[in-house]
Design a protein around this ligand. Structure first.
Ligand code: GLP
Length: 278
Protein backbone atom coordinates (compact mmCIF):
# COMPACT_ATOMS: atom_id res chain seq x y z
CA UNK A 1 0.00 0.00 0.00
CA UNK A 2 2.18 2.84 -1.23
CA UNK A 3 -0.53 5.51 -0.91
CA UNK A 4 -1.01 5.55 2.88
CA UNK A 5 2.71 5.16 3.55
CA UNK A 6 3.51 8.07 1.28
CA UNK A 7 0.84 10.20 2.94
CA UNK A 8 2.07 9.25 6.43
CA UNK A 9 5.64 10.23 5.60
CA UNK A 10 4.34 13.43 4.07
CA UNK A 11 2.44 14.37 7.20
CA UNK A 12 5.50 13.85 9.37
CA UNK A 13 7.52 16.38 7.38
CA UNK A 14 5.14 18.65 5.52
CA UNK A 15 1.69 18.40 4.10
CA UNK A 16 1.57 16.50 0.79
CA UNK A 17 -1.38 15.01 -1.06
CA UNK A 18 -4.40 14.33 1.11
CA UNK A 19 -7.45 12.48 -0.13
CA UNK A 20 -10.73 13.24 1.62
CA UNK A 21 -13.57 10.80 1.01
CA UNK A 22 -17.06 12.23 1.40
CA UNK A 23 -20.24 10.14 1.26
CA UNK A 24 -21.76 11.82 -1.80
CA UNK A 25 -20.89 14.11 -4.70
CA UNK A 26 -23.00 16.86 -3.14
CA UNK A 27 -21.02 16.60 0.13
CA UNK A 28 -17.73 16.66 -1.79
CA UNK A 29 -18.77 19.77 -3.76
CA UNK A 30 -19.95 21.44 -0.57
CA UNK A 31 -16.64 20.83 1.21
CA UNK A 32 -14.65 22.13 -1.77
CA UNK A 33 -16.76 25.29 -1.91
CA UNK A 34 -16.46 25.75 1.86
CA UNK A 35 -12.66 25.52 1.67
CA UNK A 36 -12.56 28.07 -1.16
CA UNK A 37 -14.91 30.37 0.80
CA UNK A 38 -12.71 30.13 3.89
CA UNK A 39 -9.61 30.95 1.82
CA UNK A 40 -11.41 34.05 0.47
CA UNK A 41 -12.43 35.11 3.98
CA UNK A 42 -8.81 34.69 5.14
CA UNK A 43 -7.42 36.53 2.08
CA UNK A 44 -9.99 38.82 0.41
CA UNK A 45 -7.71 39.40 -2.61
CA UNK A 46 -7.21 35.67 -3.17
CA UNK A 47 -5.97 34.59 -6.59
CA UNK A 48 -8.28 31.69 -7.42
CA UNK A 49 -7.55 29.26 -10.23
CA UNK A 50 -10.87 28.17 -11.75
CA UNK A 51 -11.73 24.99 -13.60
CA UNK A 52 -14.71 24.08 -15.76
CA UNK A 53 -16.68 20.89 -16.42
CA UNK A 54 -19.68 19.26 -14.75
CA UNK A 55 -17.93 18.66 -11.43
CA UNK A 56 -17.38 22.39 -10.95
CA UNK A 57 -21.04 23.30 -11.50
CA UNK A 58 -22.12 22.29 -7.98
CA UNK A 59 -19.10 24.03 -6.46
CA UNK A 60 -19.93 27.33 -8.17
CA UNK A 61 -23.58 26.96 -7.13
CA UNK A 62 -22.49 26.58 -3.49
CA UNK A 63 -20.16 29.62 -3.76
CA UNK A 64 -23.07 31.67 -5.12
CA UNK A 65 -25.17 30.49 -2.14
CA UNK A 66 -22.43 31.58 0.28
CA UNK A 67 -22.33 34.96 -1.47
CA UNK A 68 -26.08 35.33 -0.96
CA UNK A 69 -26.49 33.81 2.51
CA UNK A 70 -23.33 34.98 4.26
CA UNK A 71 -22.20 37.84 2.01
CA UNK A 72 -19.07 36.04 0.84
CA UNK A 73 -17.27 38.94 -0.80
CA UNK A 74 -15.63 38.40 -4.20
CA UNK A 75 -14.88 42.08 -4.83
CA UNK A 76 -11.13 41.67 -4.27
CA UNK A 77 -10.82 38.14 -5.66
CA UNK A 78 -8.88 37.60 -8.89
CA UNK A 79 -9.46 34.52 -11.02
CA UNK A 80 -7.48 32.66 -13.67
CA UNK A 81 -9.08 29.80 -15.57
CA UNK A 82 -7.18 26.74 -16.65
CA UNK A 83 -8.12 26.57 -20.28
CA UNK A 84 -10.22 27.53 -23.29
CA UNK A 85 -11.02 25.94 -26.66
CA UNK A 86 -9.04 27.26 -29.60
CA UNK A 87 -11.24 29.07 -32.11
CA UNK A 88 -14.16 29.88 -29.79
CA UNK A 89 -14.86 33.57 -29.15
CA UNK A 90 -15.58 34.56 -25.54
CA UNK A 91 -19.20 35.22 -26.53
CA UNK A 92 -19.65 31.69 -27.95
CA UNK A 93 -22.13 29.82 -25.76
CA UNK A 94 -19.94 26.71 -25.87
CA UNK A 95 -16.83 28.54 -24.67
CA UNK A 96 -15.44 28.35 -21.14
CA UNK A 97 -15.65 32.17 -21.03
CA UNK A 98 -19.42 31.84 -21.38
CA UNK A 99 -19.57 28.95 -18.89
CA UNK A 100 -17.70 30.98 -16.24
CA UNK A 101 -19.82 34.06 -16.85
CA UNK A 102 -23.04 32.06 -16.48
CA UNK A 103 -22.00 29.85 -13.59
CA UNK A 104 -20.02 32.26 -11.41
CA UNK A 105 -18.89 35.67 -12.61
CA UNK A 106 -22.36 37.15 -13.22
CA UNK A 107 -23.79 35.66 -10.02
CA UNK A 108 -21.36 37.09 -7.48
CA UNK A 109 -19.65 40.47 -7.04
CA UNK A 110 -16.47 39.58 -8.94
CA UNK A 111 -15.09 42.55 -10.87
CA UNK A 112 -14.91 41.79 -14.57
CA UNK A 113 -11.36 43.14 -14.82
CA UNK A 114 -10.29 40.67 -12.15
CA UNK A 115 -11.34 37.59 -14.15
CA UNK A 116 -9.01 35.97 -16.66
CA UNK A 117 -9.26 33.15 -19.18
CA UNK A 118 -6.90 32.43 -22.04
CA UNK A 119 -8.36 33.78 -25.28
CA UNK A 120 -8.77 30.83 -27.62
CA UNK A 121 -9.74 33.18 -30.44
CA UNK A 122 -6.47 35.15 -30.26
CA UNK A 123 -4.69 35.56 -33.58
CA UNK A 124 -1.29 34.73 -32.12
CA UNK A 125 -1.91 31.88 -29.67
CA UNK A 126 1.71 31.63 -28.59
CA UNK A 127 1.80 35.32 -27.68
CA UNK A 128 -1.52 34.86 -25.85
CA UNK A 129 -0.07 31.94 -23.86
CA UNK A 130 3.02 33.96 -22.86
CA UNK A 131 0.85 36.91 -21.86
CA UNK A 132 -1.35 34.63 -19.74
CA UNK A 133 1.68 33.35 -17.84
CA UNK A 134 2.86 36.95 -17.37
CA UNK A 135 -0.51 38.00 -15.95
CA UNK A 136 -0.47 35.12 -13.44
CA UNK A 137 3.01 36.18 -12.30
CA UNK A 138 1.96 39.82 -12.10
CA UNK A 139 -0.95 38.81 -9.82
CA UNK A 140 1.58 37.17 -7.48
CA UNK A 141 0.82 33.58 -8.55
CA UNK A 142 -2.22 31.44 -7.89
CA UNK A 143 -3.17 30.91 -4.22
CA UNK A 144 -5.73 28.14 -4.69
CA UNK A 145 -6.23 26.16 -7.89
CA UNK A 146 -9.47 24.22 -8.38
CA UNK A 147 -9.14 21.14 -10.58
CA UNK A 148 -11.35 18.45 -12.03
CA UNK A 149 -10.03 15.22 -13.50
CA UNK A 150 -10.50 14.32 -17.16
CA UNK A 151 -11.17 10.80 -18.42
CA UNK A 152 -7.61 10.63 -19.79
CA UNK A 153 -6.21 11.69 -16.41
CA UNK A 154 -5.71 15.24 -17.61
CA UNK A 155 -5.70 18.35 -15.46
CA UNK A 156 -6.62 21.47 -17.43
CA UNK A 157 -6.31 20.10 -20.96
CA UNK A 158 -2.92 18.49 -20.37
CA UNK A 159 -3.46 15.35 -22.39
CA UNK A 160 -1.15 12.30 -22.24
CA UNK A 161 2.54 13.10 -22.71
CA UNK A 162 2.19 16.68 -21.51
CA UNK A 163 5.60 17.49 -20.06
CA UNK A 164 5.45 17.75 -16.28
CA UNK A 165 7.15 21.16 -16.57
CA UNK A 166 4.94 22.41 -19.41
CA UNK A 167 3.62 26.00 -19.44
CA UNK A 168 0.51 27.56 -20.99
CA UNK A 169 0.34 26.50 -24.62
CA UNK A 170 -1.84 24.91 -27.32
CA UNK A 171 -2.63 21.26 -26.90
CA UNK A 172 -4.40 18.83 -29.25
CA UNK A 173 -7.32 17.07 -27.56
CA UNK A 174 -7.69 13.30 -27.59
CA UNK A 175 -10.79 11.62 -28.98
CA UNK A 176 -11.63 10.49 -25.42
CA UNK A 177 -11.69 14.08 -24.20
CA UNK A 178 -13.69 15.31 -27.18
CA UNK A 179 -16.26 12.58 -26.49
CA UNK A 180 -16.26 13.41 -22.75
CA UNK A 181 -16.99 17.07 -23.47
CA UNK A 182 -19.43 16.55 -26.36
CA UNK A 183 -22.52 17.44 -24.29
CA UNK A 184 -21.68 21.17 -24.58
CA UNK A 185 -21.59 20.72 -28.37
CA UNK A 186 -24.99 19.10 -28.88
CA UNK A 187 -23.61 15.64 -28.14
CA UNK A 188 -21.43 15.71 -31.28
CA UNK A 189 -17.78 14.88 -30.46
CA UNK A 190 -16.74 16.05 -33.94
CA UNK A 191 -18.07 19.51 -33.13
CA UNK A 192 -15.71 19.81 -30.12
CA UNK A 193 -12.73 21.93 -31.18
CA UNK A 194 -9.67 19.72 -31.71
CA UNK A 195 -7.32 22.06 -29.83
CA UNK A 196 -7.27 24.08 -26.62
CA UNK A 197 -5.10 26.66 -24.89
CA UNK A 198 -4.27 25.32 -21.44
CA UNK A 199 -2.12 26.15 -18.46
CA UNK A 200 0.74 23.66 -18.41
CA UNK A 201 1.33 21.04 -15.73
CA UNK A 202 4.25 23.19 -14.51
CA UNK A 203 1.99 26.26 -14.34
CA UNK A 204 -0.57 24.33 -12.27
CA UNK A 205 2.07 22.91 -9.91
CA UNK A 206 3.15 26.46 -9.02
CA UNK A 207 -0.21 27.18 -7.35
CA UNK A 208 0.34 27.41 -3.60
CA UNK A 209 -2.57 25.09 -2.86
CA UNK A 210 -4.48 22.71 -5.10
CA UNK A 211 -8.04 21.48 -4.59
CA UNK A 212 -9.00 18.69 -6.95
CA UNK A 213 -12.57 17.37 -6.88
CA UNK A 214 -13.46 14.01 -8.42
CA UNK A 215 -16.88 12.37 -8.22
CA UNK A 216 -18.65 9.38 -9.76
CA UNK A 217 -17.86 5.72 -10.37
CA UNK A 218 -16.80 6.46 -13.96
CA UNK A 219 -13.76 8.29 -12.54
CA UNK A 220 -12.73 5.54 -10.07
CA UNK A 221 -10.09 3.83 -12.25
CA UNK A 222 -8.41 7.01 -13.48
CA UNK A 223 -8.48 8.52 -9.96
CA UNK A 224 -6.64 5.48 -8.57
CA UNK A 225 -4.04 5.77 -11.34
CA UNK A 226 -3.66 9.49 -10.75
CA UNK A 227 -3.23 9.28 -6.98
CA UNK A 228 -1.59 5.92 -6.36
CA UNK A 229 0.08 5.08 -9.67
CA UNK A 230 3.61 6.02 -10.72
CA UNK A 231 4.21 9.65 -11.71
CA UNK A 232 4.10 9.81 -15.49
CA UNK A 233 3.44 12.42 -18.16
CA UNK A 234 0.98 9.89 -19.65
CA UNK A 235 -1.42 10.80 -16.79
CA UNK A 236 -0.83 14.47 -16.05
CA UNK A 237 -2.75 14.36 -12.74
CA UNK A 238 -0.03 12.08 -11.30
CA UNK A 239 2.13 15.22 -11.17
CA UNK A 240 -0.03 16.35 -8.22
CA UNK A 241 1.81 13.75 -6.12
CA UNK A 242 4.80 16.14 -6.31
CA UNK A 243 2.85 19.10 -4.96
CA UNK A 244 3.45 20.24 -1.36
CA UNK A 245 -0.19 21.12 -0.60
CA UNK A 246 -2.76 19.25 -2.62
CA UNK A 247 -6.17 18.26 -1.25
CA UNK A 248 -8.21 15.81 -3.32
CA UNK A 249 -11.90 15.68 -2.42
CA UNK A 250 -13.77 12.66 -3.74
CA UNK A 251 -17.05 10.85 -3.18
CA UNK A 252 -17.40 7.17 -2.22
CA UNK A 253 -18.13 6.17 -5.82
CA UNK A 254 -14.93 7.71 -7.19
CA UNK A 255 -12.94 6.29 -4.24
CA UNK A 256 -13.93 2.69 -5.01
CA UNK A 257 -10.61 1.67 -6.56
CA UNK A 258 -8.26 3.52 -4.20
CA UNK A 259 -6.04 1.01 -2.43
CA UNK A 260 -5.63 3.24 0.61
CA UNK A 261 -9.28 4.30 0.94
CA UNK A 262 -9.66 3.03 4.52
CA UNK A 263 -6.72 5.12 5.64
CA UNK A 264 -7.97 8.19 3.78
CA UNK A 265 -11.39 7.81 5.43
CA UNK A 266 -9.71 7.53 8.82
CA UNK A 267 -7.63 10.60 8.11
CA UNK A 268 -10.63 12.81 7.36
CA UNK A 269 -12.45 11.56 10.45
CA UNK A 270 -9.50 11.93 12.83
CA UNK A 271 -7.07 14.63 11.72
CA UNK A 272 -7.63 17.78 13.81
CA UNK A 273 -7.24 20.10 10.80
CA UNK A 274 -10.46 18.66 9.29
CA UNK A 275 -12.48 18.90 12.50
CA UNK A 276 -14.31 22.12 11.49
CA UNK A 277 -15.30 20.55 8.16
CA UNK A 278 -16.74 17.22 9.34
C1 GLP B 1 -12.47 19.12 -19.03
C2 GLP B 1 -11.68 20.33 -18.53
C3 GLP B 1 -11.07 20.04 -17.21
C4 GLP B 1 -12.12 19.39 -16.36
C5 GLP B 1 -12.36 17.98 -16.82
C6 GLP B 1 -13.40 17.19 -16.02
O1 GLP B 1 -11.91 18.54 -20.15
N1 GLP B 1 -10.68 20.84 -19.40
O2 GLP B 1 -10.59 21.24 -16.64
O3 GLP B 1 -11.72 19.38 -15.03
O4 GLP B 1 -12.66 17.99 -18.18
O5 GLP B 1 -14.69 17.48 -16.46
P1 GLP B 1 -16.01 16.94 -15.76
O6 GLP B 1 -16.09 17.59 -14.44
O7 GLP B 1 -17.12 17.38 -16.67
O8 GLP B 1 -15.89 15.46 -15.65
Amino acid sequence: MTGPIRVCLGRATMSLVEILILPTAVAAEHLAARLVADRIIAKPDLVLGCATGKTMEGIYDRLVEFHQSEQLDFSGVRTFNLDEYVGLAPTDKRSYHYYMHQRLFARVNLREGNTHLPNGAAEDLMAEAHEYERLIKEAGGIDVQLLGLGATGHIGFNEPLSALMSRTRQKALTETTRRQNAAMFGGDADAVPPRALTMGVGTILEAREILMVVTGRHKAAILAKAMEGPVTSMVSATALQLHPHCVVIVDEAAAEQLEGREYYRWEFLNEPEWEPYR
